[in-house]
Design a protein around this ligand. Structure first.
Ligand SMILES: [Zn+2]
Length: 352
């Protein structure tokens, strides 16, 4: 008897391109969202785009309430939830980088209101996905949340963001290669739930980004266009899968472990990129895909070595050998990589 079922939750309005910030209210009205907006943002994004968003709601009954968060923490989420209970907003708008968007996403889940994502940097795929992550006891904690109802990604704003944030977003997408390898392995070995559509979409997204790597250059609005569309497509793959599997494998476990061992040294995207070089090597050995991944990262100025991540050898080895402990997610790291083997892969790939 056929008894499978699936429920795919996707953003309905996705606006990407030059000047789309001005259409934020329009995209929201089109979704029939009502009531007072609550903008969740951090200082810089609010300065860049706050007024331009606020003015679009001038004709609404109530002007948006605003909560500015300084850091990503459970305290900050609590503060936003408290504010949301006070305001009783019709919906939330996350305006900013990963931090503001993740907090808005998780708070909106908690108070049962819809959420609109307005990224001002293209630094990771959380701007579209159904996952949120916050630091918790020195590590990052990833939780299920609703995907945004709408995404408004203005390429003019994204192109003006610090370049290393964009290369972090690129590296996060390039790591889809190894995330999908890990997912297939888990499917074959452990019968983990698997979606061919989601895997193909995720892989294709990484391929297209690598294929366009030559046109990804600082300050070019076209680069932001390529990167943000890839981030959207990566988020859609996660929505189809109903999990972060298409975009998160052992390279992400490695990065989460670095957040614990050596917090604040490098960005999420850059860490997963370097992790991806090494896990690709573990998947297919000397002549495998790892060189392509490394070259693609180098081509867009993303780090490919421990030193470029501000890490020493031992930190990399510790993260690699303990990454499997983070969560119950089967990957190429299996029940843990032996220390000598970990040193070998890091050396062979030039990471250390
Ligand atoms: Zn990621």
């Amino acid at each position: 008897m056929f008894d499978k079922s699936t429920w795919i939750r996707l953003p309905r309005n996705v606006l990407v391109g030059h000047g789309v910030l001005e259409q934020t209210a329009e995209a929201i009205e089109e979704l029939h969202l009502r009531g007072q907006p609550l903008i969740v943002t951090s200082p810089t994004p609010y300065e860049i785009a706050g007024d331009r968003i606020m003015s679009q709601f001038a004709s609404w009954d109530q002007e948006p309430a605003v909560v500015v968060v300084e850091e990503a923490s459970f305290d900050a989420i609590e503060r936003v939830i408290d504010r949301a209970r006070e305001v009783d907003p019709g919906f939330l708008i996350g305006l900013g980088g990963g931090k503001a968007i993740d907090i808005a996403k998780m708070a909106s889940d908690d108070v049962g209101r819809g959420f609109v994502s307005v990224p001002t940097v293209a630094s990771h795929d959380g701007i579209v996905s159904n996952r949120g992550s916050v630091p918790e006891e020195g590590t990052r904690h990833s939780v299920a949340a609703e995907p945004p109802l709408a995404v408004v990604a203005d390429t003019e704003i994204l192109a003006n963001a610090p370049w290393e944030l964009t290369t972090a977003g690129c590296a996060d997408i390039i790591s889809n290669y190894t995330a999908v390898m890990d997912w297939r392995l888990a499917y074959r070995l452990k019968n983990a739930p698997y979606s061919q559509y989601a895997a193909a979409l995720s892989e294709m997204t990484a391929e297209m980004l690598v294929g366009n790597a030559d046109s990804i250059r600082p300050g070019l609005e076209e680069s932001s266009w390529i990167v943000v569309k890839a981030l959207v497509s990566s988020g859609v793959a996660m929505s189809i899968a109903g999990s972060s599997r298409p975009a998160s494998g052992a390279e992400h476990l490695f990065s989460h472990q670095l957040d614990r061992i050596a917090p604040g040294r490098a960005s999420h995207g850059h860490q997963v990129g370097v992790g991806s070089i090494m896990t690709a090597y573990l998947h297919s050995g000397e002549n495998g895909l790892w060189r392509d991944i490394r070259d693609a990262l180098a081509n867009i100025d993303a780090p490919t070595t421990a030193a470029e991540l501000n890490l020493d050898e031992d930190e990399v080895i510790e993260a690699l050998t303990t990454a499997h402990e983070i969560r119950d997610r089967y990957t190429i790291l299996g029940d843990g990589i032996d220390e000598t083997a970990a040193r070998e892969v890091a050396k062979q790939t030039g990471v250390i």
